[in-house]
Design a binder for this molecule. Sequence first.
Ligand code: TXA
Ligand code: MG
Length: 350
Amino acid sequence: METKLWAVDNLAVYKQSYPQLIEAAKLLRENEVVAFPTETVYGLGANATSDSAVNKIFEAKGRPSDNPLIVHIADKKQLNEIAEDIPNVVDKLIEHFWPGPLTLVLNQKSVGQTLSKKVTAELSTVAVRMPDHPIALALIKESGLPIAAPSANTSGKPSPTMAKHVQNDLYGKIAGIIDGGPTGVGLESTVLDCTGEIPVILRPGGVTKEQLEQVCGKVEIDQALVKQDEAPKSPGMKYTHYAPNAPLYIVKGTAEYIQKLVFSKQQEGLTVGVLTTVENESYFSADVVYTCGSIHDLQSVANQLYETLRKFDEAGVDLIYSESFPEDGIGQAIMNRLLKAAGHQVIYEE
Ligand code: TXA
Ligand code: MG
């Protein structure tokens, strides 16, 4: 199919002059699928109340149908049309973090629910978020709909942080792509289950555990994120994800040790890539060395992680060694994604 490309800058949104967004919103109302920027990663949006629209998301991405989608809203009023039994703690969280990279898992409204069952994969809960991006908010408002939107990548690939990543994965498969420039956070939203007594992080992301706890007290982490043999409560976390084409290994060791590994693989005739930070870049001698932000600014690592993983695909290396990152703050989400991208292959320095 023809994929339209629209370039929209945030200034146009503030001036409320955006014919492209009006056209994109019309396509959403016609149950077509459109990719748009959010503050985390690009999303692949469709009318969350239509089975046929939502099916198109699963088809374009090649996503397993038992993996539910996040419903994106632009106005708090939309929440009460979707969810019920909303605990008080959620009001505080919304007050602090919406619009923003926090997805709340809530009980679905039981009577008069208008969402397609395909959005929630038949679960009794629903995941909702209000993105903090002028284009996303204007598009959702303009459509007048709740918008189901996973990340706009082919299933299994790193999430897109630039419109060109969406184009690489989905051109010809979707109705349109809104190019709003690179996204801000670079990793997806935090998914927080608010259906129990204590909120539980199902997927670490843009809002950290520490930030959540400052607002709502104790927060737990789904044990499946810590222990690999537990079944995750967020269905999406069980799939291999974010993976570059070449095998990726996370090394817990010094730069010197990583360099030894590189030499030994090169001696076997393999082409080796290294993922490192600007501080260590000049230390390495490998076929390809890509930096991913600064070790002193983990937000910069989050911001560039997916772009860097995609660059290794373009370089066509045989294998990749990555440094590991501290797991505080946003580091928890970084290591979660990196470990998944590596299929949990970790090499410890002897
Ligand atoms: O930042 C983001 O969250 C991006 C942007 C586009 O908003 N979206 C995103 O969607 O990352 P997706 O589909 O790639 O990831 C959604 C995650 C999956 O792990 C899914 O299993 C989980 O949320 N999820 C959705 N509904 C759920 C529910 N009712 N209960 C538990 N987990 C749920
Ligand atoms: Mg995704």
